[in-house]
Design a protein around this ligand. Structure first.
Ligand code: UP5
Ligand code: MG
Length: 196
């Protein structure tokens, strides 16, 4: 019997590029399980018994990337708790530490299909996050100060990870500046091409 190896798609792109929105669409249409590293961290922060709550709060507000052992443990636990075997891992790995930690702990246990990259310029990303903040997202990082830091971290630390995957020919780029319906059309075409 062939052992089932979970399939993984990493979903990366700037803050507010539309990763979460499109992951929800993909879940409905294709039955993947959506695991947002940011959502898992925010949930952990709200857990009063967690020893990492304060650390996570501070990292998120400063737009910094939480040490990989914390994030990777949350992702691994969520994968184990799921009965499904196809995962969209949204917002991870976003720096070298994330990349190395995942490689050490998880890469042998999963089949990475590709990296779905939402390409979106700073101005549009910022506008989307600020609008979301104004509409009451309650996120500690949907403000101008945090957004500058988030975008800086994205440019300095996450882009190199995307570039590395790109050099392995694993990156599928999506133009994320379009409206959400068009973006999903592009994703569906891509998935069709990969028999997903
Ligand atoms: N919207 C979406 N698509 C649109 C479209 N096509 N046109 C117009 N509007 C669109 O969308 C953002 C907003 O834009 C929404 O209001 C949406 O309606 C609208 P969303 O789908 O939420 O975009 P997303 O890319 O998911 O944005 P998000 O803010 O979640 O991105 P980040 O990558 O910044 O946030 P994340 O939650 O992944 O991480 C937050 C922080 O957690 C990080 O900064 C970091 O401090 C920490 N973190 C880690 O430390 N480690 C990790 O591994 C992950 C996170
Ligand atoms: Mg998100």
């Amino acid at each position: 019997l062939k052992k089932m190896v979970p399939k993984v798609i990493f979903v990366l792109g700037g803050p507010g590029a539309g990763k979460g929105t499109q992951c929800q669409n993909i879940v409905k249409e294709y039955g993947f399980v959506h695991l947002s590293a940011g959502d898992l961290l925010r949930e952990e922060r709200r857990n009063p018994n967690s020893e990492y709550g304060e650390l996570i709060e501070n990292y998120i507000r400063e737009g910094l990337i939480v040490p990989v052992d914390i994030t990777c443990s949350l992702l691994e636990r969520a994968m184990h708790q799921s009965s499904k075997d196809s995962f969209l891992i949204d917002g991870f790995p976003r720096n070298q530490d994330n990349f190395d930690g995942w490689k050490r702990r998880m890469s042998e246990k999963v089949d990475l299909l590709f990296v779905l990259f939402f390409d979106c310029p700073l101005e549009i990303c910022t506008e989307r996050c600020l609008r979301r903040g104004a509409e009451g997202s309650g996120r500690a990082d949907d403000n101008v100060e945090s957004l500058k830091k988030r975008f800086n971290t994205y440019q300095q630390e996450t882009k190199p990870v995307i570039d590395y995957y790109s050099s392995l020919n694993l990156v599928k780029r999506i133009d994320a500046t379009n409206n959400a319906i068009q973006v999903f059309e592009d994703i569906k075409n891509l998935f069709r091409a990969y028999n997903i």
